[in-house]
Design a protein around this ligand. Structure first.
Ligand SMILES: Nc1nc2c(c(=O)[nH]1)N[C@H]1C(S)=C(S)[C@@H](COP(=O)(O)O)O[C@H]1N2
Ligand SMILES: [Mo]
Length: 362
């Protein structure tokens, strides 16, 4: 028996009943959205399984989509069979194809950029469009899943095999990257690719759409340290340049990372200057002149840095001058730029999740 037919046989054996394929597609897309979005908050290597799951589900979707297309092909190619919902189906298919194609190309290290958009950002865009489309598509052809479609043992086996095949495919793909030495071979567990060099020019300036303040006049700049501290203080830019240095890796969710030597003041020293902390102190919130903000648990915050320098140079405006947060092990979006306020608080700040997305809009 040829290799082709053997792979074909294996796929046939894995193929779930039609209704199960439909529901699985829906479930896999939801799983992709969840693993994808949550992965954006992961900056430590222990989080690697999440990234593998995302890849395995992705390969799983390729298989499910192939089964589904084989089944519904005629409904799409025969105009006599078109219905009103066909347009939605096609749109959903195109979005799925877009997400899969950009995801795959990204994994292979392809690095096309539309201004500050990397291929990964386009992938996220397709994913966010796909989610409501799949939901709408599912409701137009809504059929409740039946018991027989998900007969337990077979189902568990099938899906385990499907995900394992997905992970294996990704592993194989890494081998291809290494062999061909593509840009995909040189990446972190997050999938991010390196930006080499030192200082401001070595890595991109990444801000959300509207978060684009005017340059801050260094002489007028003041940093306020307040909240649950004994003596709130204000410091100017020179007072922040204590000469403290630390090497830290900035990993942006648009798919790049850079290792830089950052200089400035340890947040722990900053807090010491503001006197004794209240007993309720639990978080430190860093707020930008634009309103963008993020909080860190107090112990983590003490070891973080408010940086005024990078790679031996004074921080440029685009990178957050006069001072930006350097939060090792956190993803880039948490490294607040243009920090003007440091606040010790007792509570976790849920609002930061929304504010970071909309800050800068009037
Ligand atoms: N105030 C503010 N801080 C911000 C951002 C922003 O849009 N506004 N973008 C974040 C994101 S998504 C990343 S990856 C890093 C990028 O830092 P850089 O522009 O110095 O490369 O800054 C973070 N800090
Ligand atoms: Mo980012």
């Amino acid at each position: 028996m040829g290799v082709r037919s053997r792979v074909g046989d294996a796929l046939d054996r894995l193929e779930p009943p039609p209704r199960a394929v439909d529901w699985s597609l829906f479930a896999f897309v939801v799983a992709e959205a969840v693993t994808g979005l949550v992965s954006f908050t992961v900056g430590v290597p222990e989080g690697w399984p999440l990234f593998w799951l995302h890849r395995a589900f992705g390969v799983g979707i390729v298989a499910l989509l192939a089964w589904k297309l084989a089944r519904v092909r005629r409904r799409l190619t025969d105009p006599g069979l078109w219905q009103r919902s066909t347009a939605l189906s096609v749109l959903t298919f195109v979005a799925a194809l877009g997400a899969l194609a950009t995801g795959t190309a990204w994994v292979f290290g392809l690095d096309v950029r539309l201004s500050s958009w990397t291929l990964l950002s386009v992938h996220v865009g397709f994913g966010l469009v796909l989610l409501p489309l799949v939901a709408a598509h599912a409701t137009t052809r809504f059929r409740l899943p039946r018991r027989v479609d998900f007969e337990r043992r077979r189902t568990a086996l099938r899906y385990t095999a499907l995900l394992a095949a997905g992970a294996a495919t990704y592993r194989l793909q890494q081998g291809v990257n290494d062999a061909l030495d593509t840009a995909g071979s040189d990446r972190r567990f997050t999938g991010s690719q390196p930006r080499e060099g030192e200082g401001n020019a070595a890595f991109p300036i990444t801000s959300w759409v509207a978060d684009d303040p005017d340059p801050i006049d260094r002489d007028d700049y003041r940093l306020r340290v307040e909240g649950l501290v004994a003596e709130p203080i204000e410091l100017d830019a020179d007072e922040l340049a204590t000469g403290h240095e630390t090497e830290a890796l900035l990993d942006c969710t648009s798919g790049w990372y850079t290792v830089q030597e950052w200089g400035g003041i340890r947040v722990g020293d900053l807090l010491d200057a503001a006197g004794k902390l209240d007993d309720d102190a639990a978080y430190v919130r860093f707020t930008s002149v634009t309103g963008y903000r993020w909080s860190l648990p107090i112990e983590e915050a003490e070891d973080a840095l408010l940086a005024t320098r990078v790679g031996g140079e004074r921080l440029s405006h685009g990178h957050g001058a006069p001072a930006r947060l350097v939060a090792p092990d956190r993803r880039g979006f948490q490294w607040v730029k243009w920090v003007t306020r440091v606040e010790v608080r007792s509570e976790y700040d849920v609002g930061q999740w929304v504010v970071t997305l909309v800050s800068g809009f009037e």
